[in-house]
Write a protein that binds this ligand. Sequence first.
Ligand SMILES: [Zn+2]
Length: 84
Amino acid sequence: MTSGDTCQDLVESVTAYLEGVMTEAERRVFEAHIEACPPCEVYLEQIRVTISEAGGLAREGVPTDLCNDLVAAFREWHRGKLSA
Ligand SMILES: [Zn+2]
């Protein structure tokens, strides 16, 4: 498998992307996926909004529970979109 090019990889690496801790290569793969996959683009935007409403990632990161909930919700939603 090519790392970073599936929706699951994207979901799992979205916080790294938003924190700016990805390598250049990782970021390119991530952004290429976002451009090719509208649901993931929406997901990224939702995470961005969630983080900004929560006061940012800078000090404490995304609470694990919140992150897991979002990932689970997104997976279901994405699966629904793909099979629709
Ligand atoms: Zn995707």
